[in-house]
Design a protein around this ligand. Structure first.
Ligand SMILES: [Zn+2]
Length: 66
């Protein structure tokens, strides 16, 4: 049996999650399965990637979402 944990990324906030059709953060439905560069953001302080992506809370994010 194959467990299909298809991950999706939100086009708005770049958050990555699985098995959902709505972004848990910004509540939009603008999701994409086509994304590159997975980053874990643990702290928002002094974090250039977090600033670049405009991240509001720690989590798993995609650098680029198509
Ligand atoms: Zn989002």
């Amino acid at each position: 049996m194959v467990i299909n944990m298809k991950e999706k990324a939100c086009r708005v906030c770049h958050r990555i999650f699985s098995e959902k059709s709505q972004c848990p953060d910004c509540k939009t439905y603008t999701l994409s399965e086509d994304f590159t560069g997975i980053v874990w953001i643990f702290s928002l302080e002094e974090n250039q990637i977090a600033k670049q992506l405009n991240v509001s809370k720690p989590g798993k994010y995609a650098l680029k979402v198509r």
